[in-house]
Write a protein that binds this ligand. Structure first.
Ligand SMILES: NC(=O)c1ccc[n+]([C@@H]2O[C@H](COP(=O)([O-])OP(=O)(O)OC[C@H]3O[C@@H](n4cnc5c(N)ncnc54)[C@H](OP(=O)(O)O)[C@@H]3O)[C@@H](O)[C@H]2O)c1
Length: 292
């Protein structure tokens, strides 16, 4: 099957929404989200693939409530761990390419230099475990696939750290943000653009499975949540902004149900070697997001 039809699952999510617009000129894009499709229900998944007959399935849907996943482990596992495997089996049967997204939270954060694709995962919480199970299920099904492992996704839409910080900076004079967790804030639009280019290259190669594998896909550079928050506040219009200086605190002063990796910077050399694609520095993208 060719590039003519794409089934995009998760059209309302941060990444899904950007994919919807980026993919539009490339193919017919059939877009769905919950509740039209329910990833906890295998029949719903199979039905959508059967009726769409796509050349590519892109799964941008997930259970992404990291802390809530601790108390909803079964639901998180069905959506993140089991559903990707069903999608992969269906893709295998029909010869479609599956594009799926993983997370930096599969790592425990004990490294001090960027994680590479072959580093051993060791998730610290239920969300990370469920996402890791999904990656393994996709690989086990043996379909043509691209798994993109993302980090700290944000953008102009959806629920994300940047929008939360902007709201809080308008509401409060004082903001306290953790400075001992380091990662790569990555703009959802960059993820969509990179996905589109990689998919195009796979089809141009004449074999959608030519580049099957897992790739780290994140902005260049690295920062802490605190420095990211300060950069957001600095770029906000002064009018209506109550907070100008963000206070740095340790994670111990901001306890959460799930422990986050202290360091989850993703090394993206494999993406560059394979597709010739490298994302700009996180600060450059942040400036662009706040300009639009
Ligand atoms: N956000 C991050 O910082 C981050 C970091 C690393 C990796 N990732 C990964 O990147 C991918 C995209 O993340 P995102 O931030 O764009 O996610 P998002 O904004 O939370 O969107 C996820 C979408 O999945 C849908 N969904 C939830 N449960 C579903 C179900 N049972 N059946 C069908 N759809 C369902 C959601 O619908 P509802 O809104 O109705 O629930 C939502 O539209 C995910 O695989 C995520 O794990 C994200």
């Amino acid at each position: 099957m060719g590039l003519s039809r794409i089934l995009l699952i998760g059209k309302v999510g941060q990444v899904g929404w950007e994919l919807r617009r980026t993919l539009a000129p490339m193919a017919q894009v059939v877009c769905v989200d919950f509740p039209e499709i329910d990833l906890t229900n295998g029949d719903s998944i199979r039905q959508w693939v059967a009726q769409t007959r796509p050349g590519i399935v892109i799964n941008a849907a997930a259970y992404t409530a990291v802390d809530k996943a601790e108390s909803e482990q079964d639901r998180a596992m069905k959506i993140n761990g089991v559903a990707p495997g069903i999608l992969a089996e269906e893709a295998k049967k029909s010869g479609a390419l599956l594009v799926h997204y993983s997370t930096d939270y599969v790592f425990d954060g004990t490294k001090t230099k960027p994680y590479v694709e072959i580093d051993a995962p060791n998730p610290l919480g239920a969300y990370g475990r469920s996402k890791l199970a999904g990656d393994e299920a996709v690989r086990a099904a043996g379909c043509a696939h691209l798994i993109f492992r993302l980090c700290w996704v944000y953008g102009a839409r959806g629920q994300n750290f940047m929008l939360t910080m902007m709201r809080l900076a308008r509401e409060r004079a004082k903001l306290r943000v953790v400075s001992d967790q380091v990662g790569c804030p990555t703009w959802s639009r960059m993820i969509a653009e990179t996905t589109a280019q990689a998919v195009r290259q796979a089809f141009a190669a004449g074999d959608p499975g030519a580049f099957t594998g897992t790739y780290h896909l994140a902005a260049s550079g690295a920062t802490s949540w605190h420095a990211f928050a300060q950069a957001i506040v600095d770029l906000m219009p002064a009018e209506g902004r109550k907070c100008t200086r963000v206070e740095a605190i340790p994670s111990s002063e901001y306890p959460t149900p799930t422990r986050r990796p202290a360091y989850s910077v993703l090394g993206c050399d494999k993406l560059e070697r394979t597709f010739g694609l490298r994302l700009p520095n996180w600060e450059e993208s942040l400036k662009q997001v706040l300009e639009v």
